[in-house]
Design a protein around this ligand. Structure first.
Ligand SMILES: Cc1cc2nc3c(=O)[nH]c(=O)nc-3n(C[C@H](O)[C@H](O)[C@H](O)COP(=O)(O)O)c2cc1C
Length: 177
């Protein structure tokens, strides 16, 4: 099995974090990996807020618990909040390509790079889809016109055991032509 495939299996949603704080260097490495993700026209329509201040972390966790789920976020020692940024397009390209179509895929790619690098550093992550955006916006002073692109809890897993993946069988999702 390739190293990359092993990493894909190791990356799993972590829903129980240990008390250990995450080193800033490791958090920065994750952002570095996210920054290296591909994007349509290389527009790189993203920026990253890394939350590791113990005074702010619990407030960010609460935003991810607004639906009455995700209680485990209370133990997360840090979060990545991904923001959508203006496309960084060459002027000629901007005339012929509407790169807004690519943004959801670009942001997804960045989030996955981030999570895979975290796994390579023995960190656990959990992507959260539903969160209280207005409260998070106010908490992190995010301007009204900026969209959220991702909310990811990160920390050392309390249990590093790798769970079997639950996925559709490959025959169901592939077709060769
Ligand atoms: C957009 C998105 C939103 C998610 N939201 C939640 C969530 O609110 N709570 C949670 O525990 N997991 C959440 N997950 C994690 C998924 O449940 C998980 O990725 C999926 O079950 C596959 O498991 P694995 O990540 O361990 O491989 C989310 C994942 C994505 C991509």
């Amino acid at each position: 099995m390739s190293d990359f495939m092993e990493l894909c299996l190791k990356r799993q949603s972590c829903r129980d974090f240990s008390d250990r704080r995450v080193e800033r260097e490791k958090l920065t490495r994750c952002v570095e990996a996210a920054r290296l993700a591909p994007s349509g026209c290389n527009a790189q329509p993203w920026s990253f807020v890394v939350v590791d201040d113990p005074k702010v972390v619990p407030e960010v966790a609460k935003c991810g618990q607004s639906m009455g789920i995700n209680g485990f976020l209370s133990k997360a020692p840090a979060f990545f909040i991904v923001l959508e940024e203006q496309a960084n397009l060459m002027p000629g390209l901007a005339k012929i390509v509407d790169s807004r179509y690519f943004v959801p895929g670009d942001l997804g790619a960045a989030v996955v790079h981030l999570c895979l690098e975290a796994a390579s550093l023995d960190l656990g992550t959990c992507i959260i889809g539903m969160y209280d955006r207005p409260t998070l916006r106010a908490l992190l002073s995010i301007p009204a016109e900026k969209n959220f692109g991702g909310y990811v809890a990160v920390g050392y897993p309390a249990d590093a055991a790798v769970r079997p993946k639950v996925r559709k069988p490959i025959e169901q999702v592939v077709r060769y032509v």
